[in-house]
Write a protein that binds this ligand. Sequence first.
Ligand code: NAD
Ligand code: ZN
Ligand code: ZN
Length: 346
Amino acid sequence: MKALQYRRIGAPPEVVTVPDPEPGPGQVLLKVTAAGVCHSDIAVMSWPAEGFPYELPLTLGHEGAGRVEALGAGVSGLKEGDAVVVYGPWGCGTCAKCAEGKENYCLRAGELGIFPPGLGSPGAMAEYLLVDDARHLVSTDGLDPVAAVPLTDAGLTPYHAVKRALPRLVPGSTAVVIGTGGLGHVAVQLLRAMSATRVIALDVSEEKLALARTVGAHETVLSDAQAVGKVRDLTGGIGAQAVFDFVGAEPTVRTAGAVAAVEGEISIVGIGGGALPVGFGTLPFEVSVNAPYWGSRGELIEVIGLARAGAVTVHTETYSLDEGPLAYERLHAGEVNGRAVVVPHG
Ligand code: NAD
Ligand code: ZN
Ligand code: ZN
């Protein structure tokens, strides 16, 4: 089959032919209907050889959707043709975190050598995808796979961050979303669907701010040196009760710290390498800062539920598998508005 692989450190990904996968006991083989293009892959492809955590070549794609093609021995509860999306942060399934559905925080994945598809295990940017266990699949019957696939990361990751901030997002509160790309434009919609908060979106691109307004941001602010003052003005000097940074670079984490309100919460979701010092006097009183990773299995089911209810619509542009390298180029250049999705059997 064809697969889009990251093969050499620093080189662009390539479409190659690899052996067709076959499901072993307990595994599920999917015919891939859609695979999302995440900015994290660009970060991965920029890491140096020293300390690179995955084996190469690596088939990319940690957002996957498909139809069940074949079941390994012992798999029940699924049948050929079922439409599903893949819960990506695979864990051991039995540790204390996995027992809560928080496989993203599995206590044993490292020790057991368990990697997410596309981030260590062969990913979804291929004609077929092997899923290690049926519990990592969520039914999306009736949903368009292209619209549904980004929900597994661009939906699930902000959903987790927003859900934990909900107690602060009371009527009259403000939430700031920094970076309204793949994850951020979904975050705006989740905030609108799940709370009565006022949403202020920041981005460096006018096009992305326009998308943020289309999907529900009340205010948009260009992310520049004046942004902090503008957010402070829009909040009567108080700041935002929750700040979600989907860039996570040095300037944006500084902005996040500077626009937070007393007792506010800052989620640094972007992996841009920035760090926000926390200590008495560095931030407004009692601000909490967290850096979450992905979300739980239960939360993915909830996000799919929101999409079914029509509360979240991911803006997508599609690419064939052969165009996969182009999708990454465009994302890297900031030219994707919403989420790029690869359709291998287009
Ligand atoms: P994206 O490229 O689609 O979106 C990033 C957005 O940030 C773009 O709209 C861009 O214009 C904007 N931006 C860039 N610099 C900015 C600045 N200085 N101020 C404001 N906006 C700025 O990327 P994505 O796929 O949505 O991913 C967003 C980030 O989240 C990436 O760093 C990615 O690696 C990370 N991520 C983290 C997790 C996690 O579990 N923590 C999961 C998925 C993605
Ligand atoms: Zn991702
Ligand atoms: Zn576990």
